[in-house]
Design a protein. Structure first.
Length: 869
């Protein structure tokens, strides 16, 4: 089954036949592959999006009349703004030949109806699936949208078990008038399949009393439909019987819920569902959030009770001796369950505080952000609970007391770090709130604490010092979170405050860990000259203490600080060799630590213009990360984007385009449609379209990037300037030179105010503005701009960096136009030497050769060499 289709399809009416499209036809930019199906609201196609190189589901809607089309378009656009892991993503909305279309995520999987058919399923599994569906509905409700057609056919379950609510075909805003609702109801039709037990009912089987009566609907209408479907999944039959639409309607309006007989379901869960089926909307749960919270509380109680019920049964059978054994096992099991459940005090109990904190941050999609972080925090919490419980209950013959203590210590440090993350989210700045998903996505899995290999790599004190070391490691972990969430000065103060306690404890590996964290803080503050000696000391202290992982991490940080930030490339690469040695000692060559090292080394090679070496290192990082994190983890978007940049720098534009599109797809799915991480990928993809002369497509991508920057960042932010610079390049390519000059000048002003007048980021825009003046034949204004760009880059990167070739070529061209041929030749010879000495796109190399040949022909008279070039 494919997303966007319905399992039971209405017969295709005459209107549908008239506008159904064949393979290869286009709707907007989308290419039709095949018809998937049709229904009362429209027809669905499998289609292809050539812009982002992905398959989609495309739904073309009936509208009925102009007013209906306007409303459908408005509400479809409202749904397109809803980004949530449990709602099918709508990528685009528009009108084609008078019909509204929706370009949607294409999902291969089952509808819940198909999943029901594979059952029966245990109530625990049913609840797991429906909680995800409920979160999708709740996310729509948070945007003020009511689905009004929730049913098993409108929920997809993919191969990985992820649920998406779809087919918001009857969606309305909360403010919609009742008359509109009635009109839609007629349009959708009431064709149903009926049985005495209600197994195959159509849409009316999931309608609330207020829908049957044609009165006002609201958020609680969806709750009623949700609980009908949940009742059906739990019991194998729907709650209301009826052998015709009329008798069904009477049963629903009267609240005649049948008594289920087929499957056992906990009483607390039956009560939750019955409340959601109340005839009076005021008697239902106040919201989907409240309903889901009650289900999750019930699940938590069951986990605690599970072991107790098992041992009581044994005691009843086995007599006094067995009873005593069962009693002790019961107490031990209950205690272990209690220890595991302690994590609930951190999460999910603090979800309301996090929701309030993100809302107070001022970001426009706070509710959607909460829903995006929920799966990450839920998975982390469950992993912590399971690991803690299983460690407590482990057979002493299979787990030594020392191993148990180390696992518990590791879990405590992780709990402290996650507590710091939740604290930060509760008082989030706009910047942190906008990056909340990335923040929670990089939290270490608690399951790692029970990994014997990982435990063996770490450094551990004697048992009598373990508690004190764990306490300090927890505080170091909190400082690391402060640093990661942008509170850099506070993080440094926290680390420095720990120095007396660590010194008093006298355990050398802990001192090295603290020094390394301090050096990392200083580096993130941009204080590289101070960070270097601190990190060196951390490295030597760790090495002397035999703490190889800490030594490897310190050396990796030195690769970045010394080799990249301080531009001592050879020395940085030597630190990389040291880090590699320590990782090999503990068998961590394929761990995430190795991927961090590879990324740092890649930065040095890129800075030196060694594109092949940089590519090999980024590929190495990706090779390590993908199996450990999964192919759609947001962390992977960065190395994939970087590979795109390397391919583009080498002139491999098709390869670069594919990589940028993959990075975009990962970020959109994980982080939302307006996350700042998309800006760089949109801008880079636009640059490729610009290189190919596809100006309109480049401008469209940059307008999308600019919309995100406008939404997320202040006007004077440097990222704003970078997008404006790229947009100016499009105007220049189109010959709109006045617009290009205006935008370049605006970008330079922003960069000078935010970064300073000699920051390397400014040089490219200065050079670009000079090129625009060259195009206007204003060489007296172009030359000083090229000279300034050249001076900034040379000071920052040295005399033979690839960046300089662009400024040298531009300045050489200016000098040729001014008739200063000797200067032009010298500049262009230097540019050519740089570009021929490394992998360079053919277009750039050809440009420099042509300009040099022209200068030689006109100036020096060396026409033989000019012809050779």
């Amino acid at each position: 089954m494919t997303s966007g289709s319905e399992e039971t399809l209405d017969e295709v009416d005459a209107e549908t036949v008239a506008w159904e499209l064949g393979e290869g036809a286009r709707i907007d930019r989308f290419v039709i592959r095949r018809s998937v199906g049709s229904g009362g609201m429209g027809v669905v196609f499998a289609a292809y999006d050539p812009e982002l190189d992905r398959n989609i589901a495309l739904k073309l809607l009936h509208s009925g009349h102009d007013e209906g089309q306007t409303r459908l378009l408005r509400e479809a656009r409202a749904m397109a703004k809803l980004s949530h892991p449990n709602v099918i993503a709508i990528h685009d909305v528009g009108v084609h030949e008078g019909k509204v279309f929706l370009a949607m995520e294409l999902i291969e999987g089952l509808t819940l109806r198909g999943w029901f058919a594979q059952g029966p399923h245990a109530w625990i599994e049913v609840v797991r699936v429906f909680v995800m569906a409920g979160r999708g509905l709740a996310a729509a409700h948070d945007k003020g949208l009511v689905h009004r057609d929730f049913k098993p056919e409108n929920v997809m379950l993919d191969a990985e078990g992820r649920v998406r609510v779809m087919d918001f075909g009857l969606v309305q805003s909360v403010e919609r008038p009742v008359s509109d609702v009635a009109t839609d109801r007629r349009a959708d039709g009431l064709a149903v399949e009926l049985t005495q037990r209600g197994r195959a009912m159509g849409t009316p089987a999931y309608m609330a009393p207020e829908q049957h009566q044609g009165t006002a609907t609201d958020l609680r209408t969806d709750q009623f439909a949700f609980c009908i479907a949940l009742f059906e999944a739990l019991h194998g039959e729907r709650p209301f019987a009826g052998d015709s639409p009329a008798t069904l309607m009477v049963a629903v309006i009267d609240g005649a819920i049948r008594t289920p007989t087929k499957r056992r379901v906990p009483a607390w869960l039956r009560r939750v569902v019955r409340r959601g089926l109340a005839v009076d909307p005021d008697q239902r749960w106040p919201s989907m959030h409240a309903l889901l919270a009650e289900i999750e509380r019930g699940q938590a109680r069951v986990r605690v009770q599970r072991g107790i019920f098992a041992v009581v049964a044994v005691a009843a059978i086995g007599g006094a001796g067995w009873a005593w054994h069962a009693w002790t096992e019961r107490r031990a099991s209950a205690e272990c369950e209690r220890l595991g459940e302690e994590i609930a005090e951190l999460w999910p109990q603090r979800i309301d505080e996090v929701r309030a904190g993100l809302a107070a941050s001022g970001i426009p999609d706070a509710d959607a952000t909460v829903e995006r972080i929920l799966p990450w925090l839920d998975r982390w919490t469950e992993a912590w609970r399971v690991t803690r419980t299983e460690t407590c209950a482990a057979d002493p013959d299979r787990m030594s007391p020392i191993t148990r203590a180390r696992i518990e210590a590791c879990l405590e440090v992780q709990r402290r770090e996650t507590e710091a993350v939740v604290d930060a989210l509760e008082r989030a700045t706009a910047q942190l709130a906008g990056d909340a998903v990335s923040t929670v996505a990089v939290m270490q899995s608690p399951a790692d604490c029970a990994d014997e290999l990982r435990l063996g790599r770490a450094s551990w004190p004697d048992p009598d010092q373990l508690e004190a070391v764990t306490e300090i490691r927890g505080r170091i972990g909190r400082a690391r979170v402060l640093n990661r969430t942008g509170r850099l000065e506070e993080a440094l103060a926290e680390v420095e405050a720990l120095e007396p306690d660590v010194e008093a404890l006298g355990w050398a590996p802990l001192g090295a860990e603290l020094e390394m964290r301090k050096g990392d803080n200083l580096s993130d503050l941009g204080r590289f000259d101070e960070a270097e000696p601190v990190l060196r000391q951390a490295y030597y202290s760790a090495g002397q203490a035999g703490a190889d992982l800490t030594a490897a991490e310190a050396a990796t940080l030195l690769v970045h600080v010394v080799g990249y930030s301080l531009a001592r490339h050879e020395e940085g690469l030597r630190w990389g060799e040291q880090a590699t040695m320590h990782l090999a000692r503990v068998g961590a060559e394929d761990g995430l630590e190795a991927s961090m090292l590879a990324n740092s080394i890649a930065g040095i090679h890129f800075d030196r213009g060694e594109l092949a070496e940089a590519k090999a290192q980024v590929e190495r990082a990706l090779e390590v990360q993908e199996p450990l994190l999964g192919s759609d983890h947001p962390v992977l978007a960065t190395p994939i984007h970087n590979l795109g940049g390397l391919a583009r720098a080498a002139g491999r534009y098709d390869e670069a385009q594919q990589l940028y599109r993959r990075a975009i797809a990962i970020r959109r799915a994980a982080l939302g449609l307006d996350h700042l991480g998309l800006v760089g990928s949109y801008s880079s993809l636009a640059a490729i379209h610009l290189e190919r002369g596809e100006h309109d497509e480049a401008e469209r991508l940059l307008r999308d990037a600019l919309a995100i920057v406008d939404l997320r960042l202040p006007t004077d932010h440097a990222d704003h300037a970078l997008v404006i610079n790229a947009l100016a390049a499009v105007h220049r390519a189109k010959g709109e030179l006045d617009d290009a000059v205006r935008l370049y000048t605006e970008a330079i002003g922003i960069l000078e105010r935010t970064l300073g007048s000699d920051h390397p980021e400014i040089a490219a825009t200065l050079n670009n503005l000079g090129n625009a003046y060259d195009d206007r034949n204003e060489y007296d204004r172009a030359g000083p701009l090229h000279e300034r760009a050249l001076a900034i880059w040379e000071k920052a990167y040295g005399a033979d960096h690839p960046y300089l070739a662009g400024a040298l070529t531009s300045l050489g061209d200016t000098r040729w136009h001014e008739g200063r041929y000797t200067e032009a030749i010298a500049l262009l010879e230097r540019a050519l030497a740089i570009r021929e000495g490394r992998e360079t796109p053919r277009e750039q190399l050809g440009q420099t050769r042509f300009m040099l040949a022209r200068a030689l022909w006109d100036g020096a008279g060396d026409r033989t060499r000019a012809r050779e070039l």
